[in-house]
Design a protein around this ligand. Structure first.
Ligand code: PEP
Ligand code: MG
Length: 759
């Protein structure tokens, strides 16, 4: 949502609130609401249709249509445009409503003079409660901001309808089966892919039969038996063949196992038993204490660990009671789409992996333990879906589109068919990209582009082969650090980096040193509260101020590379002196390794990430010291535009395909070219075909991106005449537009460049 939308919707919401609080008859309040909404949306018509029993949408209030039609005009779900909005539970935005095949003319309304129409569903609890419509005389397509504002207004109206003043609550209960309408939920993409299945709700139910006990000795004995059973069951669970291969999921599961064996946890439970509680009461008390401690922690990574504790406590309670009280113990459908608030990694494995098709979480982040295990199982995952558990019922049909972070619940036949068709097309595209895997990324006029992938998990490395990448252009070393419960020592890190280089099989891997601090916290490190963490004490700043951590990492990288080439780059370099200091640490560690008689890497390439604009003015001093430069466009743009990349209010406000950004990138490519320093780009932009096309046109010959985008970007490169694009870009340097996107899209279309912007 843009700032304009937010302030626009705030104003209208304020006015709506005061109308709703006024002591007027309910019809007068509704009449006033449509008048205000029409005024705020600059619409000639605003109408509210409310869903009545029997799936009928009744016009309850209107500004602009014939007032006599109120409570007279009724449409069935699926009938007319209003009925279509209700049927699909999706907005309809039409410049010429009457040209739509579903337009149903109702003479009593007098709406023939209005052309454009925007209708949004009024949703509550996953069900359509009505439809809100605005109309205008002129033919116009409503902007995204207007759609969003109307959707926000619909949320308030949903509460009004639900309150029971408009229609009796009993009318709001859906009739058997068919009145439960489809909804489309959005979240964040945690793992890609599309799957279809039946909703299974994971809601652990734990009841404690008795809190207090007279005989602590027997409670201790019960606890000991339950703990032993639990350990055995966890071992069996983790032995499942689906997860036997190595990778971070094994580490996640080992961390879980070590928490299960945590002596402190056992001691606290034992103390609670000594204090007079039953074993169950003691487990619950210790969990409650942990929750209280964790609730004071603002760090998202640390808070993730709470799910491991909850999972273990529930598991132990199940072993104490002898009952399994989740859906995992019930008969499961063949295609399970698991729905949960959040869960620990082992809880996911309680559901037979061969039946699991997808996972949807109300909370959940890409680095949560359950997400890592779900990725190892290769199922799509969508996280952070608001009010998820209130909007899905058990056995609802669900389609999960992990790539686009969408979840369709109770989708109608049309959406279902559309999704199935999308899956078919996606499979076709994938097959096409797979066939291109071993073809070179060379443009039509002979420019070779090195395509690499971004990685952070050992399991990402198999994508090198699967997608035909040349190497890893960005290995985010902080990811494995975030997954562990304690700081990995040098030996541990050496194993990890060695494994990565082994898996890469001679392809170059650019290891970025720890980019932690600021908002990327490690669970085991004390963090300062910072007002602007992205611009705070992070990355190389922290590495240089606390050099032991950075030196340990460099030592491990050097030890892992023995006899092989090593690429290391430093994040967030702001001034050349920082780079020189970091490079000196590498030299020192190389000298130490030599003194210990260790085989050194065959060659060490040391690079900097260009993410802070200030460094651009030190390129003359920096470039001679560099073996390569990697442009971190995600951070570079947020600092160039002073626009927080993680803040949805501004994240999409400025276009990377703007004259300013292209000027900066063009200059960087030229300067690096003159200095003979290889330059690559590893931000999100490299993985978007239109943006990647522009980068190649600007002269970049090395890109690094998420694996799934390698195919689309290679297809783009192979269909591009890089020289022609360069000549075209040279004509755009003086253009005053805020974005060159449309012009570049037209170039692609006119020159037959394949720009498929999906996975
Ligand atoms: C970047 O900033 O562009 C980058 C690749 O690093 P990260 O996204 O990890 O900050
Ligand atoms: Mg960055």
């Amino acid at each position: 949502m843009t700032t304009a939308t937010v302030s626009g919707s705030r104003r209208v919401l304020r006015r709506m609130r005061s109308i709703m609080a006024a002591s007027l008859p309910v019809q007068s309040r509704l009449d006033e609401l449509v008048r205000v909404i029409a005024g705020e949306m600059v619409a000639e018509v605003c109408s509210i249709y409310v869903m009545r029993a029997g799936e009928v949408l009744e016009l309850f209030a209107t500004e602009g249509l014939n007032p006599d039609a109120v409570h007279q005009t009724r449409l069935r779900v699926g009938e007319g445009l209003v009925g279509t909005v209700a049927m699909n539970a999706l907005p309809l935005n039409l410049p010429d409503a009457q040209a739509h095949p579903k337009f149903a003319y109702r003479p009593e309304t007098g709406e023939e003079i209005y052309h454009s129409l925007l209708g949004v569903p009024i949703l509550r609890g996953g069900r359509v409660r009505g439809v809100l419509v605005i109309q205008n005389r002129t033919q116009r397509l409503y902007s995204e901001e207007e759609v969003e504002t109307l959707e926000v207004i619909a949320v308030v109206l949903a509460e009004l309808i639900h309150g029971g003043d408009l229609i009796d609550r009993s009318e709001q209960v859906p009739a058997q089966g068919n009145a439960i309408l489809p909804v489309r939920l959005t979240g964040i993409s945690i793992n890609e892919g599309i799957a279809i299945g039946e909703a299974v709700l994971h809601v652990p139910r734990v009841s404690i039969p008795q809190m207090f006990a007279d005989d602590p000795a027997s409670e201790h004995a019960r606890l000991a038996h339950a703990v032993a059973r639990m350990h055995r069951a966890i071992d069996d669970l983790f032995a499942s063949s689906e997860l036997s291969a190595g990778g971070e999921h094994r580490e996640v599961l080992e961390t879980y196992r070590s928490i299960a064996e945590d002596k402190g946890w056992m001691r606290r439970i034992a103390e609670a038993i000594d204090g007079g509680l039953t074993a169950e009461g003691a487990v619950q008390k210790v969990l409650d204490d942990t929750r209280t401690r964790m609730s004071a922690v603002s760090d998202p990574y640390l808070r993730e660990r709470l799910y491991d504790w909850e999972d273990l406590a529930n598991r132990l309670l199940q072993h104490l009671s002898g009952e399994n009280r989740t859906a995992a113990s019930e008969e499961l459908p063949n295609d399970v789409v698991l729905i949960a608030r959040n869960m620990g990694p082992a809880e996911l494995l309680d559901y037979e992996p061969r039946r699991l098709r997808a996972l949807v979480l109300e909370e959940g982040t890409p680095t949560s333990h359950v997400a890592i295990v779900a990725r190892a199982l290769d199922i799509p995952v969508v996280g952070q879906v608001e009010s998820l558990l209130n909007r899905i019922d058990p056995n609802d049909p669900v389609i999960v589109d992990g790539s686009n972070a969408l979840v369709y619940v109770r989708a109608g036949d049309d959406i279902h068919q559309m999704v199935v068709e999308n899956i078919r097309l996606r499979d076709q595209r994938r097959a096409r990209y797979r066939a291109m895997r071993s073809l070179p990324a060379v443009s039509r006029d002979g420019a070779t582009v090195s395509l690499n992938l971004n990685a952070g998990l050992l399991m990402d490395l198999h994508n090198l082969e699967a997608f035909g990448a040349e190497g890893v252009g960005l290995y985010r070393t902080e990811v494995p650090f975030m997954l562990r419960s304690e700081l990995p020592d040098v030996a541990n890190q050496t194993d990890l980096y060695r494994g990565i280089l082994d898996q890469a099989g001679g392809r170059p891997v650019k290891f970025r040193t720890l980019d932690v601090g600021g908002d990327k916290r490690l669970p085991y490190m004390r963090a300062n509260v910072e007002e602007n963490p992205a611009m705070g004490w992070r990355a190389i700043r922290m590495g240089l101020d606390r050099p032991s951590l950075l030196r340990q990492q460099l030592r491990a990288l050097i030890a892992a590379a023995q006899g092989r080439e090593l690429h290391v780059m430093f994040p967030m370099v702001t001034e050349v002196a920082e780079f020189a200091a970091a490079r000196a640490l590498i030299d020192r560690e190389l000298a130490h390794a030599g003194a210990r008689g260790q085989t050194p890497p065959s060659r060490v390439h040391v690079g900097a990430m260009l993410e802070v604009p200030g460094l651009i003015w030190q390129l003359d001093m920096l470039l001679p010291q560099l073996d390569f430069l990697s442009i971190g466009s995600n951070d570079l743009f947020q600092f160039l535009f002073a626009s927080d990349r993680g803040n949805p209010l501004v994240a999409g406000r400025y276009d990377p395909l703007s004259p300013a950004v292209l000027a900066v990138l063009r200059m960087l490519v030229e300067r690096c070219g003159k200095a003979g320093v290889p330059v690559s780009l590893c931000g999100e932009m490299a993985g978007r075909p239109l943006e990647a096309m522009t980068l190649v046109g600007l002269g970049l010959r090395e890109l690094s991106m998420p694996p799934s985008m390698l195919g689309p970007v290679k297809a783009m490169v192979r269909s591009l005449d890089a020289g022609a694009l360069r000549a075209y870009l040279d004509t755009l340097t003086e253009v005053p537009d805020r974005s060159l996107r449309e012009r570049l899209r037209s170039f692609a279309r006119d020159h037959g460049v394949v720009v498929e912007d999906f996975r």
